[in-house]
Design a protein around this ligand. Structure first.
Ligand SMILES: N[C@@H](CCC(=O)N[C@@H](CS)C(=O)NCC(=O)O)C(=O)O
Length: 265
């Protein structure tokens, strides 16, 4: 197979980007991370993704004598990695693979609810949002973000569905997912599927990391993140098996955080 250069476009604070960063690290695949600034990412992400969407992560793949490829969306990136650079131990090709995919899918949906919960709370503290968003911004980008934040906040609230009903639904779904995970772990298992780490664990742990705030993550572990992004009113977030398991996954399997994720540290 020809050598390929991988570039991962991310936001430092994105848990979906963390899912891919962690997978690449675990698979020992070298890559360059390019942290982007929210809002300023829109045009490039839309152009690179080529799917009418602006979300990150996006993986750029450069191979000699082949056109440059851009893969947008964490699940599509995982499939590409498995297909083109696999097999990888994280993605078993056996009877367990359907269960692994189903859990990854479940937590992808929950990842959006995690974002809703965080931003509904965080938009009460504009200066903190600006600090987290602006970690890799140039000074003028920071100025623009500051000036346009009221408009950006309005658009963001609509895109994420931060209405009262939207939030009630997100809260309910999150509680259900955490209860499901508490139950899954209640037999004392270490991994969600089978007897070794798979993308089911990486997806669940990374997408819940903003709630569990593992100390290995340079953004989610910050005191300001916990104080201003996490709603203290959500008592169901209190210490519980699901969140303890996320911290354990980080403590035992996450040791190669790159500069992009550390941009705000
Ligand atoms: N289904 C997507 C979701 C990714 C996602 O929601 N990314 C957020 C950051 S956490 C994003 O890029 N939001 C900005 C945008 O969509 O323009 C995936 O799995 O990659």
């Amino acid at each position: 197979m020809p050598p390929r250069e991988l570039t991962l476009y991310t936001f430092a604070m994105s848990h979906f980007c963390e899912k891919i960063r962690w997978t690449l690290d675990l698979c020992n695949l070298p890559y360059v991370e390019v942290p982007m600034t929210p809002v300023f990412h829109l045009y490039s992400a839309w152009r690179m993704g080529g799917r009418g969407r602006t979300s990150l992560p996006i993986l750029k793949v450069v191979a000699r004598q082949s056109p440059t490829d851009f893969i947008q969306d964490s699940t599509r990136i995982l499939s590409w990695l498995d297909r083109e650079l696999g097999p990888c131990d994280l993605m078993p090709r056996c009877s367990l693979s359907e269960e692994v995919s189903a859990i990854e899918d479940r937590f992808d949906r929950i990842g959006q609810d995690v974002s809703r919960l965080l931003y509904a709370h965080a938009f009460q503290h504009d200066d903190k949002v600006l600090r987290f968003w602006g970690s890799s911004a140039t000074p003028w980008q920071r100025q623009c973000l500051k000036a346009s934040l009221p408009l950006v906040r309005w658009v963001f609230r609509r895109r994420l569905g931060l209405s009262r009903n939207g939030l009630r639904r997100a809260d309910h779904q999150l509680q259900q997912a955490l209860a499901w995970l508490d139950g899954r772990l209640s037999d004392g298992r270490t991994f969600l599927v089978g007897s070794r780490l798979t993308v089911a664990d990486v997806a669940a742990a990374s997408l819940l990391a903003p709630l569990a705030c593992p100390e290995q993550h340079p953004v989610f572990s910050q005191a300001d993140f916990k104080r201003y992004m996490l709603p203290g009113s959500a008592t169901w977030l209190n210490d519980r098996p699901a969140l303890r398991w996320v911290r354990r996954m980080y403590a035992e399997h996450r040791n190669a955080l790159t500069e992009g994720a550390a941009a705000t540290a």
